[in-house]
Design a protein around this ligand. Sequence first.
Ligand SMILES: Nc1nc2c(c(=O)[nH]1)N[C@H]1C(S)=C(S)[C@@H](COP(=O)(O)OP(=O)(O)OC[C@H]3O[C@@H](n4cnc5c(=O)[nH]c(N)nc54)[C@H](O)[C@@H]3O)O[C@H]1N2
Ligand SMILES: Nc1nc2c(c(=O)[nH]1)N[C@H]1C(S)=C(S)[C@@H](COP(=O)(O)OP(=O)(O)OC[C@H]3O[C@@H](n4cnc5c(=O)[nH]c(N)nc54)[C@H](O)[C@@H]3O)O[C@H]1N2
Ligand SMILES: [Mo]
Length: 676
Amino acid sequence: MPVVTTACPRNCYSTCAMKVTVEGGRITALDAHPGNRATPEGPCLKGLSYVERIYHPDRILHPLRRCASGGFEQVSWDEALDLMVERLGPLRSEPQSLLHYNGSGTKGLLNGCSMAFWRLFGGCTTTYGDLCWPAGLEATRLTLGDNLHNAPWDLANARLLVFWGKNAAETNLHQMRFVDQAVEAGASCVVIDPRRTPTAEKADLFLQPRPGTDGALALALGHLLVREGGVDEAFVNEHVKGFEAYAERVAAWTPTRAAEVCGVPEAQIRELARRMASIRPMTIVPGFGMQRYTNAGQTFRALLALAVITGNLGLSGGGWQYANLATQVFSPVRDPLDFFPPEKPDGVVRVSVSTARLGQDMLAQQDPPLRAAWVERGNPLSQNPDTNRVREAFRRLAFRVVVEERLTDTAKEADLVLPAKTFFEQTDVIGAYWHGYLQLRPKVIEPPGEVKPETEILWALGQRLGIDETTLRTVLPEPGEAGVEAWLNRRLAPLGLVLDDLREGPVPAPGMPEVAWADRRFSTPSGKVEIWSDEAAARWGVDPVADFREPEEWASEPDQLHLLTPNTKNSIHSQFHMLPSLRGLGAEHAIFLHPEDAEARGLRHGDRVRIFNSRGELVLPLRLDFGLRRGVVVAYNGFGEEDGGSVNRLSLGRETDLGHGAAFHDCWVKVEGVRP
Ligand SMILES: Nc1nc2c(c(=O)[nH]1)N[C@H]1C(S)=C(S)[C@@H](COP(=O)(O)OP(=O)(O)OC[C@H]3O[C@@H](n4cnc5c(=O)[nH]c(N)nc54)[C@H](O)[C@@H]3O)O[C@H]1N2
Ligand SMILES: Nc1nc2c(c(=O)[nH]1)N[C@H]1C(S)=C(S)[C@@H](COP(=O)(O)OP(=O)(O)OC[C@H]3O[C@@H](n4cnc5c(=O)[nH]c(N)nc54)[C@H](O)[C@@H]3O)O[C@H]1N2
Ligand SMILES: [Mo]
């Protein structure tokens, strides 16, 4: 029975190595692979459910064309390709009228082929920015020069852990092992989150700030560290730019003031400052949920400054664990402005729209207006802000192609749905963003039905459009495994690697650090850690030193609630939660409120409630949660129309202050009962 090594390519910290058992051309089992030191326990429930997911009856196995009745009909690849040539071919004279949109549905080097193909087509409109993490990435890059951190297992050496807006117990399961190891060895664990999450159960100090106010909290901690001792002067003198200006900034942020702004007891702020001053090494682990605000980039700079002034950089057990881009050796995402191609070496004009403002920007685009879209690996009708506007923008197009595994909210809007492969059906190489391993995900089964990998769809389309094979070969692998392997080997060659090196298991990316910045060399303009950043001011128009401002959207009426839309354990965004085996175990699409907030509205557990604002509404069951901060309402992102509608009906397309991220959590709503 062949057992093959592979790795899970979902957009998730863990990027687990796994072993796949194949019997008679079918996958029958998935198991742990010890070769990845960060994930030796093996896949989570989502990972184990792949056996169900890839053979699920709802999987799309053939091209589907919208028919006059509004439904879909199965068509042959010939018909699908003819239709694309007929509808997309004429756009080559005005290629920016075609939008190329991709989400983060899967990792893989071959993902880049699609964009390259549309360039060959003549260009297209692309997107810049990202839904996920760019405010934090840019804050880190501006301060430290790079996004790197210590190896995941090094967290076990921390004596003080600060999980700041990160819910690792659900979003980075494998990290909890290292947390347990640290705590067992006597470390203190602090969690800062408006929700009492499963991660908070590990904490010996738990702060529940008002959402969007962490910047004020961090500045007050800085105030206490500067005033009462806790600054590592040797480190600051030698390696830090801007300490004086920072000390001036935090002078005004007394703990009393921050306690008022953040709604946390002053004693807790003092206690946390005391720990930061006296316990070393400290690792701050900030999450992504906290950087979905219009003030998030500056907030992150304020948080990061705490690791800097206490000298917790370049040592085992210490640091700032946000994103480890050691594996981004192929296509750096270090600079979010890379998303705006600055020059046009191929002479092709490119236009970009903001991912965060996708709906508004698509509707606003002129010269030429958008007429068609190609969507792959993404579900913008569920996952991008302002669902109603995104839907309007998609409906206004004349022709939409969506490459998908199942009929998502986005696929349901398409004129043509093309079946997507799963990661068991085409070889690719993937990186990660928590550990530093490169991993192979080899083809282990034949694609079912008429499924074709994207690269083969584009090859066939290119041929029909009359692009010759020599030209196609410059951007796409030749169809078939041999073509893919040759293509991947060409990409690996500059790293001194070949595919065969990856077959047995994960391989550390060249330069993957055990301890980041052990050499204290920072690739910032000054070569120092920049808590004063001229670049931040010049590029983003923010104060060169971290400051605190309320998020743009802030309560204006007393009965408004702050909506948070976090992730859940048994789904990855809009993936997995529909599988029968996970359905009963996963989070529910519901509205979660503190009992006192419910009572104030005359609502009881189980009531049908309407959650609404000027952008949209949802009607869902109410669940009471004593673990929430009062004034906060929670609904999970990832659910779509068939479950009652995406939470993004309520969010506005709005960018973060740094990095062109999406400020999903700048979002206030009201909640009321619905008559049965
Ligand atoms: N199981 C699972 N794992 C995942 C994912 C998934 O969907 N499911 N998604 C993956 C991806 S793409 C991402 S981006 C990561 C995200 O990983 P995390 O950052 O852990 O996840 P989030 O749920 O976005 O946010 C984490 C926490 O931030 C808190 N938070 C929100 N606003 C604030 C605030 O103002 N202050 C503070 N202190 N906390 C706040 C939320 O209550 C939430 O508990 O997880 C990855 N891993
Ligand atoms: N309100 C709110 N909204 C959020 C967030 C939030 O916290 N709150 N989080 C945001 C974050 S952090 C992220 S990362 C985004 C995620 O946003 P997306 O990346 O758009 O969402 P996913 O549901 O992960 O994946 C999209 C689709 O990719 C498909 N897919 C998977 N593999 C393949 C493949 O190989 N080929 C093709 N063609 N398709 C494939 C899946 O079937 C799935 O439908 O959501 C964001 N949206
Ligand atoms: Mo994300």
